[in-house]
Design a protein around this ligand. Structure first.
Ligand SMILES: CC(C)=CCC[C@@H](C)[C@H]1CC[C@H]2C3=C(CC[C@]12C)[C@@]1(C)CC[C@H](O)C[C@@H]1CC3
Length: 428
């Protein structure tokens, strides 16, 4: 409480903190007495051939569902990202902002230590969940409902290219009609809907963010796909599915949120049937990345902060992780290295010259520097007049900084968002 005097009388004026603190307390985990909005407990470890890989955060689905309701309320039903952004609860939003940015505020590449990175990985699930509590509406507004990059060809529209990237992974993973398929880190379900229509498979989307699950479920129903698709809440480092439950598994630019890739790949291996295939587009630093090089570290940290990532690793580490999980690697390739006429990052780099049709203009302008500057000022204005909750501009700025990191990483050949790995769980 902050105290000030009015007409010789002491009046207690609630500060944002005095409102937010009880809200944080409401989401305390009674079992651990940790603030599970941010902290973790060592109750479980992922194991690879009986070796512990990484401590896992304790899950609490009831707490997450309550927080989702408090923060997003009826905005789960809003027609588009921008409309949804305006109707959040401002105190809950402050909690999400604090819980996400505590991992990155005042952290600089110059002074970053291994302990900073380790602290982030210990809270991987809360970090990512809060990132998507903050970023999902902006993603939908600026990009659509498929949260990934893609390759582009001449004359192809933005959404056609996005769908083609999804079809390609479905094809490489061998997804067939009637198969039971898992989508790990499904976002709001754009790829799952497309792949379900493309292949006639049954797809389960796994996601740790309740808001995205609500939106994914609603979009699937709207397209009449509820019988073919379902969306399940859960941490991909500790899945609730029994062993050997899926014919195929895919993941599109999602497993990078894991604290350790071998952890999530091992869970995928466990739930996949023997002989089943796993296909992934992975975000990785290339093997040119040198953690002792300040410029490289700066780029990696900007990508992590702007994209909700606790610990991004290199291509060699990604390949080692998939093998360590037990997979037989069938194919691996950096698709960013294909000889494409249009680079994957052109949209976020604001290179309008690559636009393929005037129809794309509306989509593409929102991704460009000009579009981002407009969002920066507009969200600032909306916050000032009280139409958008505090933290909206900070989130938009972090996404923009992350986008600059992605472009710098791509141009310096330090980063790829489309390292394709296709792997098989050996048949018994
Ligand atoms: C975070 C991971 C692992 C994957 C998401 C990939 C992309 C869909 C996003 C990465 C950077 C994002 C940005 C936007 C949309 C979604 C991404 C391309 C915006 C264009 C949304 C509108 C904002 O005003 C600017 C954003 C820049 C970054």
């Amino acid at each position: 409480m902050d105290i000030f005097f009015r007409r010789k009388q002491i009046v207690r004026r609630p500060t944002l903190n005095s409102v937010v603190a009880p809200l944080k307390a409401r989401f305390l985990d009674s079992r651990t007495s940790n603030s599970v909005l941010g902290f973790f407990s060592f109750n479980k470890l992922t194991m690879v051939s009986s070796k512990p890989v990484v401590p896992l955060e304790k899950e609490d689905h009831a707490r997450d569902a309550a927080f989702m309701k408090a923060l997003h309320g009826k905005s789960t039903d809003a027609a588009g990202g921008f409309a949804a952004m305006l109707s959040k609860d401002k105190n809950a939003k402050q909690v999400a902002v604090d819980e996400y940015f505590k991992h990155f505020d005042n952290k600089r590449a110059e002074t970053e230590t291994d302990a900073d990175r380790e602290a982030r990985t210990k809270e991987y699930a809360s970090l990512t969940r809060h990132y998507y509590n903050l970023a999902t509406d902006l993603y939908e507004y600026g990009w659509g409902q498929s949260f990934h990059f893609c390759r582009y060809s001449i004359g192809e529209s933005f959404y056609q290219a996005i769908a083609r990237h999804e079809h390609y992974l479905a094809m490489k993973t061998g997804i067939q009609a009637g198969m039971k398929v898992l989508d790990v880190g499904c976002g709001v379900g754009g790829p799952a809907r497309e792949i379900a229509k493309f292949t006639d498979a049954h797809i389960t989307g796994l996601n740790n963010n309740d808001y995205q699950i609500e939106r994914a479920t609603r979009y699937a129903a709207k397209e009449g796909l509820s019988g073919q698709l379902k969306f399940v809440k859960g941490d991909f480092m500790q899945m609730s599915f029994p062993d050997n439950s899926f014919d195929a598994v895919y993941a599109i630019e999602a497993t990078v949120h894991a604290p350790k890739l071998v952890g999530v790949y091992s869970e995928i291996y466990r739930v996949l049937k023997p002989g089943g295939t796993f296909g992934v587009y992975e975000w990785l630093m290339t093997d040119k990345y040198d953690n002792n090089n300040l410029e490289h570290r700066d780029i990696r940290l900007a990508i992590e902060e702007g994209n909700g990532i606790s610990n991004m690793v290199t291509i060699s580490e990604g390949l080692a992780a998939i093998k360590e999980a037990g997979f037989e690697l069938l194919h691996h390739e950096d698709l960013a290295k294909r000889d494409d006429p249009i680079p994957w990052y052109w949209g976020i780099a604001g290179e309008v010259k690559y636009m393929q049709s005037y129809w794309d203009l509306f989509t593409v302008l929102r991704m460009t520097h000009a579009g981002r500057t407009a969002v920066h000022h507009f969200t600032g204005l909306l916050e000032t007049i009280g139409l958008a909750p505090k933290g909206t501009k900070k989130t938009a700025d972090a996404l923009a900084k992350g986008a600059d990191g992605l472009v710098a990483g791509a141009k310096k050949d330090l980063f790829t968002p489309m390292y394709l790995m296709v792997a098989r769980k050996p048949a018994n």
